[in-house]
Ligand binder design. Structure first.
Ligand SMILES: Cc1ncc(COP(=O)(O)O)c(C=O)c1O
Length: 285
């Protein structure tokens, strides 16, 4: 919930107090759920891996035939200004690009660009130690390479996740694993290969960074992962901007490996934290 009364948001050309940042009801995001977004972390008032997130944001917009109204340079300057105005050193920034104020409720118009910043909660040490219990569901997003604002399936499945005392739901198509509603999936095979699905997934920024880190220490592969592969795996984990690397200890009631967070998973979490630290240190003051 966005509630901090001193927080500013950016809407098209203006920085506005968050509580005054509105879109008209004719926007295609409201009328038809048409839009894209992206989300990155800010630590010590510095955006982390910003270029990777901006690349994906412009890429998602292109896939949805939406034009970002700012150049990458102007967008970066806007983000920098928002960070200065808000003074939220540990936070998340969301950029949303909508289908615009449609004359007939269907055809796109000039996109609206919204940028918000909010405090961020990262997983606690207890959550990491406990690991996640997950269920599975047969579903593939319509445009898996685009980060669209449509999370209908994930949101509808929340009740089922809760009813089965699980933490999240993993999508697959006919037994071929893809991704979670808001994160990517990895497993560690018996021969210590770090493996992640490559088809029908959002190319997560954390996924890319973890793959690179894994490649320094282990065999690493992007390819087909099946539900049966999980049954044979040593370890499994998810990655995302807010979750970093989170162990998965149970799938559909069956333990993964030993049923406890595994050493490769914990090593990659440590490596990712170190990469974030290194990026912060590399930035000029
Ligand atoms: C569908 C989907 N897959 C994966 C991710 C993880 O991506 P990232 O690591 O860039 O946060 C997200 C992030 O929200 C997502 O929405």
């Amino acid at each position: 919930m966005l509630s901090d009364h001193n927080t500013f948001a950016f809407l098209n050309d203006d920085f506005l107090p968050l509580e005054g940042a509105f879109l008209h009801v004719s926007d295609l995001a409201i009328q038809r759920g048409y839009g894209v977004f992206d989300f990155f972390k800010v630590q010590e008032n510095q955006p982390l891996f910003l270029d990777q997130y901006l690349n994906r944001f412009y890429g998602s917009a292109l896939l949805m035939d939406l034009e970002v109204p700012l150049t990458e340079e102007a967008l970066k300057a806007t983000i920098e200004r928002l960070i200065q105005m808000n003074g939220l050193p540990e936070s998340g920034i969301k950029m949303i690009l909508t289908g615009g104020y449609s004359a007939n409720g269907y055809e796109p118009a000039a996109p609206n660009l919204i940028i918000t910043q909010q405090p961020l909660t990262l997983p606690s040490p207890e959550q990491i130690d406990a690991g996640l219990r997950i269920i599975t569901h047969d579903y593939v997003r319509e445009l898996p390479r685009a980060k669209t604002i449509n999370y209908s399936m994930g949101i509808r499945l929340l009740q089922q996740v809760k009813a089965q005392q699980a933490d999240d739901v993993l999508y697959h198509r006919g037994g071929v694993v893809t991704e979670f509603p808001r994160s990517n999936f990895f497993l560690v095979t018996k021969d210590h290969t770090v493996l992640t699905p490559d088809k029908d997934v959002l190319l997560g920024v954390t996924r890319r960074n973890v793959l690179e880190l894994a490649g320094r220490h282990y065999q690493m592969q992007e390819g087909t992962v099946t539900l049966e592969d999980i049954g044979r795996a040593r370890e499994a984990f998810m990655t995302s901007t807010t979750k970093r690397v989170l162990p998965i200890v149970q799938v559909n009631g069956a333990p993964v490996g030993t049923g406890k967070p595994g050493p490769v998973t914990m090593h990659l979490l440590q490596e990712l934290r170190a990469l974030e630290e290194a990026q912060l240190k590399a930035k000029p003051d």
